[in-house]
Design a protein around this ligand. Structure first.
Ligand code: ARG
Length: 557
């Protein structure tokens, strides 16, 4: 049982308040001077009550002191009990420290990344990819069975456009040479010409109907576009070291649509409006869901309806997370409302939405204005990291590999370091800096801890004298290490990896303060052993934390 739970139990016993209320009231004071935990009594009798609580609890092993200040009871943990509990645990559990089993094998489906075939892998999809990947790892580490699905955008009217454009203007050699950019060019050209020639759009709708009806010619072109795009996307996933359990995208659901609509219609009424099949949401003050267009082709919404049924039937998940940008808020509100109307449990569906990434104006742009390619971003970040390494540590072994780990880590952290619902501003200098709230800063701290440990030949074990760790800096570190498992739970509950990112920045800062003030290697052998143990545990927790964000922790940099 953790310290917090123990204090909650004591308080519940002596106050006879419900445990839930005590849990809510017990706070962490902003200033360490006021203790590690603080219990406000102004609603239950003020100072008098506080004195009484202190009196009743009396002495306990894990608390060094209980102090009453005004209407507050402040609890101070026993430093050496804290040190011994947390360090022994990290030491014993190593990479497992922070893991838990409260998922108990239940399943979570995470729908993430989901780029669109034949379009460049944009920076918006980067957010979905890295947020989804981090949540994947976090849930897995909490004992859930996680199914990561790349719900590819590989179906829809835009493929009709692509097919028409390719039939009109396409050249096989150019397509093979640079598939995504070439397809995108054709797509842009199509849209431009369609502004002047409305007939093109009719052709596109007809071409999409051809693929939905399985006409071999159209289908073959679609397959080819898809395969070429996937090859390029895979390159990006390789750099990010991200993989998926399922690649069932929108196309996969084409033949499941009639059954899905039938299932829906068994529960609720649909309407025909101008030849199209819709589900009315007026009651909920939302526009209707378009289930089938008048030419009988399907829509993004219908495919998401079939997808939801399929996932529930196939995986029986406790929850399905859709990691998709905020512009699709309405889409998911409509979808979830419709699912609720057919009797599916609302709490199973979560839109994990996020804001935009903004780039410093004009710093990076491609031919198509502000369309920024992720590929370029990763390459640029890796090459900047490589420059920095050459300046700082030209002797470094495995320079290229480490430049990759730093460059990629910087991009991932630039994203995960901010609350996902806010916009992210990309700033090369800031994100690659070895100082401040960045991945390189945390990685550098990890490398520093590694280097301290490399310098000594003593064999560490957990029989150290924990009482030796007495300074404020050591105490701050110990408390941070102790909180790590809680932070992971917070990320899972809020679907927000930035809580972990912030925690790691704080841990790195505390470590650097400690390191500046105190000598680790010293004459006092007992002190040295205790400090080495602390350093080794900090290094372990940084590595565990970064890995949950999808970032490497190099030993040297
Ligand atoms: N491909 C879509 C897009 O880029 C995202 C798909 C998200 N997932 C879903 N089930 N709708 O906008």
């Amino acid at each position: 049982m953790g310290f917090r739970e123990q204090i909650v139990n004591l308080l519940t016993e002596v106050t006879e308040l419900p445990i839930e209320e005590v849990t809510l009231l017990l706070a962490i004071p902003p200033d360490q001077k006021m203790g590690d935990y603080s219990f406000p009594c102004f609603k239950i009798g003020g100072k008098k009550k506080a004195d009484e609580i202190k009196e009743k609890i009396g002495e306990t092993k894990f608390l060094s002191e209980i102090k009453v200040v005004g209407p507050y009871v402040n609890f101070y943990l026993n430093k050496s009990v804290l040190a011994s509990e947390v360090l022994k645990r990290v030491w014993k559990e190593k990479a497992r420290y922070g893991k838990d089993n409260f998922g108990n094998g239940k399943t979570i489906v995470i729908d993430f990344s989901a780029p669109n075939i034949a379009k460049p892998f944009g920076i918006g999809h980067l957010r979905s990819t890295v947020i989804g990947n981090s949540l994947y790892k976090v849930y897995q580490s909490l004992g859930y069975k996680v199914v990561g699905v790349n719900h590819l955008g590989d179906w829809g009217t835009q493929f009709g456009k692509m097919i028409v454009a390719y039939r009109l203007w396409g050249k096989g050699e150019l397509l093979e040479e640079d598939p995504i950019n070439y397809l995108f060019e054709l797509y842009v050209r199509f849209n431009k010409e369609a502004e002047k020639n409305e007939d093109l759009n009719d052709q596109a709708r007809a071409a999409f109907k051809e693929i939905e009806d399985g006409k071999p010619d159209a289908l073959a072109l679609w397959e080819r576009f898809k395969q070429l795009s996937l090859n390029e996307f895979q390159r990006i996933y390789d750099i990010l070291e991200i993989s998926f359990d399922s690649w069932n995208g929108e196309a996969f659901y084409n033949d499941k649509i009639p059954a899905a609509i039938k299932r829906l219609e068994e529960k609720v009424l649909t309407e025909i409006s101008e030849g199209a099949l819709i589900f009315n949401l007026e009651k909920f003050k939302m526009p209707p869901v378009l289930l089938r267009k008048s030419n009988r082709t399907t829509t993004y919404h219908t495919r998401d309806l079939a997808t939801a049924y399929y996932r529930l039937d196939t995986y029986n998940p406790e929850r399905i997370l859709y990691v998709v940008g905020s512009p699709q808020k309405l889409h998911f509100r409509q979808l979830f409302t419709m699912l609720k109307c057919v009797g599916l449990p609302e709490e199973k569906f979560v839109h994990v939405d996020f804001g935009l990434i903004q780039l410093p104006e004009g710093k990076m742009s491609t031919r198509k204005g502000n369309l920024i390619l992720l590929d370029d971003i990763l390459k640029k970040s890796i090459s900047l990291a490589s420059q920095i390494i050459s300046e700082k540590n030209s002797e470094l072994k495995d320079k290229e590999k480490i430049a990759q780990q730093i460059g990629v880590g910087a991009v991932i952290f630039a994203d995960l370091g901010t609350d996902r619902i806010r916009d992210v501003i990309f700033d090369w200098d800031k994100m690659l800096s070895f100082e401040g709230e960045t991945a390189p800063y945390i990685q550098y701290t990890h490398a520093r801890a590694s280097s301290i440990l490399r310098k000594t030949t003593v064999k560490l074990n957990s029989n150290v004298i924990f009482d030796k760790l007495l300074t404020i800096e050591e105490y701050a570190l110990l408390k941070k290490l102790y909180l790590f498992p809680e932070v992971i739970v917070t990320v899972a509950k809020s679907y927000k990896p930035h809580h972990l990112a912030h925690y790691l920045v704080g841990l790195a800062q505390s470590f650097n303060e400690f390191y500046h003030k105190h000598q680790v290697i010293s004459e006092d052998k007992e002190l040295m052993m205790a400090r080495l143990m602390l350093v080794s545990c900090v290094k372990q927790v940084i590595a565990n934390g970064l890995s949950l964000l999808g970032i490497h922790s190099p030993e040297e940099m």
